[in-house]
Design a protein around this ligand. Sequence first.
Ligand code: SF4
Length: 369
Amino acid sequence: MTHLKSLFKDYEGMSAAERVAHRSLSRGGISSVIWVVTERCNLKCIHCYEGGRNTPEISTEDAFRIIEKLNDAGKPLTFISGGEPLLRDDIMLILGKLKDLGFRVILSTNGTLVNEEVATKLADLGIDNVAIPLYGPQQFHDYFTGTPISHDRVIRALELLSDAGVSLTIKTVVARSVLRNLDYILEVASRFGAKAVYLCDFIPIGRGRLLKDEIVSRDEWRNLLNRFIDEMILGDKYPEIELDIGLHPSAAVYVMEELRRRGYDVSEAENKMKRRRLSVEGRGFVSISPTGDVLLSNYLPIKLGNIVREDLRLEDVVKNPLYRAVGDSSMLKGRCGSCEYRELCGGSRVKAYVYGNDLLGEDPTCLKQ
Ligand code: SF4
């Protein structure tokens, strides 16, 4: 997650979340967690990295044990994700317990199960942000999710949540066909007062392994970032919307170098990046699977232990030799290993593994010129 406006502009949109993450990270512990509470889903998105997996789920009681362990680890910023989390019967109990303990909670849902009752409940619980995917106008979105009327349900969910006063993020994937819909996605985000648009780079894994033509090239990524620089970083289009880039840490390096090339002082952004490496794997981030496995990333099958079945504390995960190696920029190889930005950026460890089968290898999608 890279908040471009927070880095390069005096922008406060998502800074509360970042402050929580920084506080926890400065204690040397876990700062953010993506907890996949279920892999069940009612959509069939053609790009889904989980690809319709359906591993068994832990009980409510065990979910509460995980929450206690997250609490002991210092209440990391917690993303509740899936699958579709609202398919769990006990999801409101899980969210309620997290909020009762004072967690900052972001719920990632496909939006199709949000009705008036759900929207009111999420508002009453004080969920800090609800992130909902949108891939384009009705016909395209329904094609991309493999599910008719999913677009209309997303728009309805956005209406209900925004009326209930819930803070929103629109998520999308940076795939070739989706990029053509970017204006529409930004317009919808603005219409419903979304705080951020999260743009996650497409990786051809899971169901998406057949979509290699959807991979966005370096030049296409650079063009996209140039547009963001002109319109939303230097310009003032959509002033209320933060741009959050996923799975592409060198995007911020590209923006920094481009602004510097244009004569802007980027020292403040550089200092911010020095405080927390953009590549989060091995740096205060873990994912938790539906069975309680603690993973290096929700995109990778690399297990660090099980938080339900084993006497494992999250604080101990950061001492795992593999975890430490991935977080140690001096261990990186190839272009990332010799890069002057390896401490700030670190390259996508997920893409180094997916494309090169080496967690410490170079990020083959690097955008640095
Ligand atoms: S070479 Fe690696 S560390 Fe350097 S900017 Fe590119 S992705 Fe980041």
